[in-house]
Ligand binder design. Sequence first.
Ligand SMILES: [Zn+2]
Length: 298
Amino acid sequence: MLVGFLNKEDSKLKNPATLKFSSGVNGDRDFRTGMESYKHNNPTTPKTQKRWLTFLGLTLLAGAIVILAHSQLFAVAAKPIQNSTPNLATSPAFFLPVAKPHPLPPTLAQWQDHTHSGDYFSQVEKTEVGYLVWSQFPIRVYVEIPKAIAPEAAQAWVSTVLKAVQQWSIYLPIKVVETSQLADIIILQKVPPLQISPDNKIPRARSALTTYVLYATDNTLRHRFTILLHPGQTGKYLLAAARHELGHALGIWGHSPLKSDALYFSQVTNPPPISPRDVNTLKRVYEQSTSLGWTLPK
Ligand SMILES: [Zn+2]
């Protein structure tokens, strides 16, 4: 059952004049609205909630992405969307499992960066539940076939997204599954909701939006990701967007300051492949503590 949800977004600017690079991963966080929706969705008492509950927060990764080639896609003014998150850390409704590290997946344990390129782990956010580490492998990914476009175009879209999945599967065991119910990560072709940042009243379109929800199953805290990829993205830009968002969903909940990394906060003309710095960062994330994948306290 859904407890709450967190999200991370990547945006394109509606108007280049509003270009503003958000200072960090959580620049647009607002817990208040999220708390309201949390209460609304979970009207039971804290005790009875225990088995049902979940909690979610909405964490916004506010990297501003500028894609001039597609800026016309965002020429429409829109109603602002509020993004929010319940603050799990301060919610009295439940207790999180004690955060501990999981064993490092062999694929990452074996990884050696002979180029000594370093990492950008300092830019990765520690969430209310710790780092967003997967502990059950393979990670199950579902890629929905777009229905609103011609079958050939839909197939090309799925193939491109699967290429990004395959690129990451070198570093973490990933399996593509046929139904969304079984998936840990769901990837959809869908226009992400527009966003308004607190200090900027102009709605910003997003090229992609990645969100996660927390839930409990078998008394264990789990998470699930949804990635929305804008239908306007095609070719190498679609591949880059899918690669970037998958990086978030696999645990890199932050952005690189370097253009040569897949998790750079903005899209670039010639998107780079997954870099040694991306993998070094991913490996460091998987060495960290998390409440995910551990048993909820009684
Ligand atoms: Zn991003």
